[in-house]
Design a protein around this ligand. Structure first.
Ligand code: M6R
Length: 337
């Protein structure tokens, strides 16, 4: 898992140098699509949630994301379906593709396996090409899926020159985060005995909260709940006390002040808090002890940086708790049942 996390900046750099090339049919389908559906499971589902945010933000097109375990049971009517699966072998994903085949909807598959069953079923395939991911908790394949979905959403969106420029800088920013491993490990050490964890994110960082929580469950055996930050006060806050930890993803973006007020609320209730925020933000050090800084970037790109922190934090927690992070029990790399 750690090897694969450390590969991420290089993988992203290579992707930026040679992004995926689309054929004319796929390009036309993406540009003309009015109703888009993204389908995946687990981490790939979370990548899909981010993909939907990118599409809606950049092209204004509404996008729905459905877990593959549900998608086969729904009567879905879309003109473009994007299926995300690093293995390309997940049973629910394949079942869904077989089910919609007769509907002749154009399908794009995103997978890290060139000759997967998924690649035989989808109309157009995007090969992630990030090298085999051996560890069961997906890390590098998630970042690559999210980068590909961003590329899809950016297609034909020239007005986003500044986003393109900021995207190119991400690998360097990620390297900066990985230089701070000691700080993140120290947070993991301090919180390693907590079994209750809330991971909270608003807006673009909600899927990151879900993905971070999944990494905590798999790699560290911690029952972490990923949640919309705004939902905490509608019930779960009753569980907040000194025995539950909360991690707030709160870069200096449009949602920052809401997140800060939530942080104060959690503190008032005696809950220990870790915050991930933007470098240069001096507010938090005065309020809490555990702040992890990420470099400044565009709002839409913070999910890449916050995810990397959470992956490393979950990995460190798992190692410190004595878990086999690469092979969590009861799991396999491709869920075929
Ligand atoms: O191969 P897939 O992307 O289709 O796999 C889907 C999920 O089973 C997978 O993402 C799972 O949640 C991972 N172990 C997450 O780390």
């Amino acid at each position: 898992m750690i090897k694969e996390i450390l590969e991420i900046p290089r993988i992203l750099r290579e992707f930026i140098k040679s992004p995926f090339v689309f054929d004319a049919t796929a390009l036309r389908k993406i540009k003309l699509a009015k109703r888009i559906l993204i389908v995946g499971c687990g981490t790939s589902y979370h990548a899909g949630l981010l993909g939907a945010i990118f599409f809606e933000e950049l092209s204004g097109k509404p996008v729905r994301v459905v877990s593959a375990s549900e998608a086969s049971h729904q009567n879905l009517n879309y003109d473009l379906v994007v299926v995300v699966s690093q293995s390309g072998e997940t049973k629910d994903v394949l079942e869904f593709l077989r089910k919609i085949k007769p509907k002749k909807i154009f399908t794009i598959g995103i997978s890290n396996s060139k000759n997967s069953l998924l690649s035989r079923l989808a109309d157009f395939n995007i090969y992630q090409n990030v090298g085999l991911e051996k560890s069961i908790p997906a890390t590098k394949t998630f970042i690559s899926q999210v980068a590909i979905l961003l590329q899809l959403a950016l297609m034909g969106n020239k007005k986003n020159a500044s986003l393109h420029e900021s995207f190119k800088k991400l690998p360097n920013l990620m390297e900066k985060i990985l230089e701070r491993q000691e700080k993140i490990r120290a947070v993991a050490e301090k919180y390693k005995s907590f079994d209750k964890f809330f991971i909270l994110g608003a807006g673009f960082n909600f899927p990151v909260a879900l993905e971070g929580a999944l990494k905590f469950k798999e790699a560290a055996g911690i029952l972490a709940e990923g949640m919309l930050a705004g939902e905490l006060k509608h019930g779960p806050i009753t569980l907040v006390d000194k025995s539950s930890a909360s991690l707030l993803i709160m870069p200096k973006d449009l949602r920052y002040w809401e997140n800060l007020s939530l942080l104060l609320e959690i503190k008032k209730n005696g809950g220990p808090v870790v915050a991930i925020t933007t470098e240069g933000n001096k507010d938090l050090d005065k309020i809490i002890k555990d702040v992890i800084y990420i470099p400044k970037t565009e709002e839409l790109l913070y999910p890449f940086l916050a995810t990397l922190v959470l992956q490393f934090l979950a990995y460190s927690s798992g190692v410190l708790r004595g878990y086999n992070v690469d092979k969590p029990r009861n799991l396999s790399k491709a869920v075929r049942i």
